[in-house]
Design a protein around this ligand. Sequence first.
Ligand SMILES: [Zn+2]
Length: 445
Amino acid sequence: MSEVNLVLRSTRVITPEGTRPATVAVADGKIAAVLPYEAEVPAGARLEDFGDDVLLPGIVDTHVHVNDPGRTEWEGFWTATRAAAAGGITTLVDMPLNSLPPTTTVENLRVKQEVAASKAHIDVGFWGGALPDNVKDLGPLHEAGVLGFKAFLSPSGVEEFPELDSQQLERSLAEIAGFDGLMIIHAEDPHELDAAPHLTGPKYADYLATRPRVSENTAIEGLIAAAKRIGARVHILHLSSSDALPLIAAAKREGVRLTVETCPHYLTLTAEEVPDGASEFKCCPPIREAANQDLLWAALADGTIDCVVTDHSPSTVDLKTEDFATAWGGISGLQLSLPAMWTEARKRGHSLEDVVRWMSAATANLVGLTQKGAIEAGRDADFAVLAPDETFTVDPAELQHRNRVTAYAGKTLHGVVKSTWLRGERIQHDGAIAEPTGRLLERNN
Ligand SMILES: [Zn+2]
């Protein structure tokens, strides 16, 4: 075994068994041991003592749109991974669309990996995409190491990434189930969206009416039926409608291989507070009412919802127009997801351990990255150091993502990320970010 070269100490280390004073020994970028607080520091090892600041496993964000190459003016690997490092995120998984090319063939995956390789400040994995015409590419993409496949049931917002109709969905699901892969789905039903009022303009209530809960509920009902029929693993992306929770809970009880994520913006922002014309709050499905949000929190608490991811999906500022119908739909939350979640969680009586479970352990588990997501021997030495009781007010000028638009501007949040560590190296310290050392991740066997 290689020698311990780094020792991290805190009175509050979040481990799978709970939070306790501990000393974490690191060798070769991996956690060698989690020792008692008073453990002796091996000769030659560097000691970092964080006092009462919390040492937690680096956040694993499995839903990020990086857009690089092709729409790098929206977001790129350089800026996105710097924002992530600043926010305590040590692994992100890039969505297959909004970049050009999209990640829908092995050749396209290689293009993306090459672009990401020199710019990644944190570890980066990739989702593949399932399109109407690329069923033959799914197996090769799986072999090439993508972590699963994304599909839409309604228009995606970009023309090079068309949605699947129900027959195409069945075909892709069956293909992916054939190699026991994971299919992740944007669940809004196109017929219900068509049937909704087609309102335009700056009023948020009008926008909300264009994407009603029933479009999510109907899509999820169909997906559960398809997952059951085919025996496929299905993951529901960015759940917003709380009406779908009973369906999901029942399917899980029945043993359907179903997992569900939601996002900080659905859990911390409400429709009632969105100012008219403020399209930095626009996303699909939309941010809904406060009563809906309470039910999402209850579902996280009881395990009906498995995990929390950002769905960071920026665009250039000019596309965020005041008309909700035509503005780009996507919220930029990468750097703020941990403090935003912690701020609301603590108000609602949840612990930081809960937040870490939803944003690191459960997401690492979703994509099978067994080397991530926990502070325990054998895992990668990826950490965030958080001062949970310190507060800050969100100033867009201090954000690292490319276009400094944010729905969180002016909010005072709890939890300052003091430093971020990737495989035993400090990659962020008081906002200063080191040169990129992130690696490209592939599916574990
Ligand atoms: Zn997304």
